[in-house]
Each structure stands twice: as structure tokens, then as C-alpha cells.
Design a protein around this ligand. Structure first.
Ligand SMILES: CC(C)(COP(=O)(O)OP(=O)(O)OC[C@H]1O[C@@H](n2cnc3c(N)ncnc32)[C@H](O)[C@@H]1OP(=O)(O)O)[C@@H](O)C(=O)NCCC(=O)NCCS
Length: 389
């Protein structure tokens, strides 16, 4: 890594990074460049070798919802090293540099979708939530008539989508607090059909699916849903009825949903099946901020933790997380009765892994009472995201 320099790219260097990333991920370089410009050239970091771009990554400023509260985060994507520079420590160096920058800027957490876990584990990330796709055969789908109405989405209703999405995200753990530019990906009138679900005159859900001319291969007979949320059973039934109404032409609907998908509970039989699942990873960049920002169940107690972190030294050490009916205060110090590494803590933080599981793996230790309190503090909806980046 020594002979490399990490910088924010010029427009020419951004094009060079896009060429590397496009080869790595199989995407049109011009399209990737346009995306990078749309999400902000200032969010790209590149490693230069003798002034020439050899690797890069993209920072996506976002957040995540945990127990109803927003935690500030950086999503990382597009990590790519030129083929002839692989194995020289470039990706690791770029990532480590980004983590130090994020720490200095007060970012609490960082999430990413790993193509290889080892690289990110060495940097303190751990598997912490799921990204799951469902399929529902819609032919002969019987759904009770639900009160409410369905309205096509028009351009000026994107704000309504944001309100519904945030209500949905608050019901889950891990859902992305979407950056502004993400909404162009979620709903684009030229690419998608979209409907808002109104119950008692309130928007309580929406369904956005791809236009059929985009469907290829095994998606041809499928309603490929780009984004779907229902925050009440009534909205869930409206969504199911909408899908059922598409069944003369389509056989099934597919969408990304949480492990405790609401629609699942509205059908008498187990017709909704998971067809794809992968895990995203989380890194606690600032344990104190991450503890302070998330929501907790309304419990009272004091957790004394000693956290090991060999990448971000300032993150390591002792913390006291005090909960008073779920209201957190965080201080450095305490007796450190629970000992864990920062990766195990990330998996526990999202609720993806129980502290007991980490204890069994030898990555967390402490008196049973403390571990039980830790378990109760970070319990909640199964950690998941419905967005990929
Ligand atoms: C994955 C990729 C970014 C790694 O880049 P790199 O610069 O060669 O990685 P580094 O040299 O910094 O390797 C750092 C560590 O990750 C490990 N690693 C690198 N590539 C790996 C792979 N494909 N599988 C498993 N481990 C890998 C290295 O062995 C090294 O481990 P160590 O620290 O224990 O020695 C690069 O292979 C690439 O661009 N691949 C195509 C795009 C891609 O998959 N990106 C990741 C998206 S999440």
C-alpha cells in the first residue's frame, strides 16, 4: 500500500475508477459514471499508483432505523481494484482510510453488501442482517375485500412515498434511511408502475413494480416489484388484492421484504416463500454514537461493556450503556463486565445474532444476568434491508 495515495478523484479520475468498477461488476461505464455523478463525485475515494487510478470505492451517506430511531451511517459500495493491482492491499487500505475519515466525521455505523466477507471482517465488519426476496404465486389468490382505495402515483406524490416508507422503516430494524437520490431508483415513471394504498384517507402503503417491457428471462411472467410497503393490515390486504388483480397475465409476484413480512401473516396458507437471501455487514465506527442514536425497548438497566477493536483504536475500551425505560445514556468507563470484539457487537447491535450465540462462539463473555440484559436491550424485529447498494 505504501506507494499509493488515496484521494478524492477529479472528473477524469472518476472516469478511470468507473472503468475499473464496470469491469469488476459488469456494468456500462458511462452509466456507472452518470450514477456516480448523480450521487456526488465527492463521495468517491480512489487509490493512485504513480498518479494512475488503481482502485476505488463509493461512500453512500445514509442511515438505518433501529427500534424507531435513525442511526447515521455510511454505506459502502463499488469497492474495486484493477485486476493487475489485486492482492497488493489496496482495497483494505482504501477501506481503512475511509473508516478513519468516517470516525473523524462522527459517523456511527457503516454497512455494506460483501462480495467476500474476509476482507471486511479484517476491518471490523460483521454479518448483521438479511436482504431477502419473496415470491407469491398470485393465480387463484383469494384475499378478503379491504376498505380503502388504490391511486396511481403521480410525480408530485413522491413525498407520500417517503412518508409511508419511513413509517415502514420504523417498524423494522436495519431498514435504510434512504438518501434523496435513492428515490429516483425507487420510482421512475418511465420505468415503473406505482400505486399508493389509502386506508381511511391516509396513505398506508404503496406498490411499485417494473414495466413489463423490462422483464426478461424467468421474470417474464412475474410481477417484479421494485418496492412495496404496507404499514397496516388493511394496506397489506389492499396490496394483496392489487397483486391478485394482475394474475390473469402474471403467475407470481416477487419483492424484497423483511423476514417478518406483514403480508405473510395476512394469508391463511404459507404461499409466500423466500427465494433468495444474502447477508449485509455492519461496522460500528463509533460505539458510543451508535449506542446513543438507536432506539431500545422500554427496559431499565445498566450494561458495562469492554469492546476490543484493533482497527479503530479510539473505539476500543469500556462503555456504560444505561437504559431508563429505553432512554439511553452512554459513558466511557465502567467495570466492563461484558467483553466482546467490535464485530460480535455489530451482529448483536442489529439483533441479527443473540449475545448467547456470540458467547458460544467465544467472541463475547460476561455474567449470565448481564448477557440476558444485553439480549433484551437489542431485541426486536429481525434485522433486514430491502435496498441493495
Ligand atoms: C475484492 C477486491 C476489491 C479485493 O481487492 P484487493 O485490492 O485485491 O484486496 P486486498 O489486496 O486489499 O486484500 C485485503 C484482504 O482481503 C483478502 N481478499 C482479497 N480478495 C479476496 C477474495 N476475492 N476472496 C477472499 N479474500 C480476499 C486478501 O487476502 C487480504 O486478506 P488479508 O488482509 O488477510 O491478507 C478485488 O478482488 C475486486 O475488485 N474484485 C471485484 C469486485 C468485487 O468483488 N468487489 C467487492 C465488492 S463488496
Amino acid at each position: 500500500m505504501g506507494k499509493y495515495e488515496i484521494v478524492r478523484p477529479s472528473e477524469g479520475q472518476l472516469r478511470d475508477y468507473c472503468a475499473i468498477a464496470s469491469e469488476a461488476f459488469g456494468m456500462d461505464p458511462a452509466l456507472r459514471y452518470a450514477w456516480s455523478m448523480a450521487s456526488g463525485i465527492e463521495h468517491v475515494r480512489v487509490a493512485l499508483n504513480g498518479g494512475v487510478v488503481a482502485a476505488g470505492l463509493k461512500i453512500k451517506k445514509m442511515g438505518h432505523w433501529f427500534n424507531g430511531k435513525r442511526v447515521e451511517g455510511w454505506g459502502i459500495g463499488g469497492v474495486a481494484t484493477a485486476v493487475h493491482h489485486r492482492g497488493e492491499g489496496l482495497a483494505k487500505g482504501l477501506m481503512a482510510d475511509m473508516l478513519r475519515e468516517a470516525r473523524e466525521r462522527g459517523v456511527a455505523v457503516s454497512a455494506l453488501y460483501p462480495a467476500t466477507s474476509h476482507l471486511y471482517r479484517t476491518l471490523g465488519y460483521e454479518c448483521a442482517g438479511v436482504y431477502q426476496r419473496y415470491e407469491l404465486p398470485i393465480r387463484d389468490l383469494q384475499v378478503d375485500r379491504a376498505p380503502g382505495r388504490v391511486e396511481p402515483i403521480t410525480g408530485d406524490q413522491v413525498d407520500v412515498l417517503k412518508v409511508v416508507y419511513e413509517r415502514s422503516a420504523r417498524q423494522h430494524n436495519g431498514f435504510m434511511a434512504r438518501p434523496e437520490y435513492f428515490w429516483d431508483i425507487v420510482f421512475n415513471a418511465e420505468k415503473h408502475h406505482g400505486y399508493v394504498l389509502y386506508c381511511d384517507e391516509e396513505p398506508e402503503g404503496y406498490v411499485i413494480y417494473n414495466r413489463r417491457d423490462m422483464a426478461t428471462g424467468d421474470e417474464r411472467d412475474v410481477v417484479a416489484i421494485n418496492d412495496m410497503h404496507a404499514v397496516s393490515p388493511a394496506a397489506g390486504r389492499l396490496a394483496l388484492r392489487l397483486l391478485a388483480s394482475l394474475s390473469t397475465i402474471n403467475n407470481a409476484a416477487r419483492w424484497y421484504g423483511a423476514p417478518d413480512e406483514l403480508l405473510y401473516w395476512l394469508l391463511p396458507e404459507q404461499r409466500i416463500k423466500p427465494i433468495y437471501r444474502e447477508h449485509w455487514m455492519l461496522r460500528l465506527i463509533d460505539v458510543e454514537a451508535a449506542f446513543r442514536q438507536r432506539g431500545y425497548p422500554p427496559i431499565t438497566g445498566e450494561l458495562h461493556l469492554e469492546v476490543a477493536d484493533d482497527v479503530l483504536a479510539e473505539n476500543a475500551g469500556r462503555y456504560v450503556l444505561t437504559l431508563r425505560r429505553g432512554e439511553p445514556t452512554v459513558q466511557r468507563g465502567g467495570s466492563g463486565r461484558i467483553r466482546c470484539d467490535v464485530r460480535a457487537l455489530a451482529a448483536v447491535y442489529t439483533g441479527f445474532a443473540s449475545p448467547q450465540r456470540m458467547q458460544l462462539l467465544g467472541r463475547l463473555d460476561g455474567p449470565d444476568e448481564d448477557v440476558a440484559l444485553l439480549s433484551a436491550a437489542f431485541a426486536g424485529a429481525a434485522a433486514s434491508m430491502v435496498d441493495h447498494f
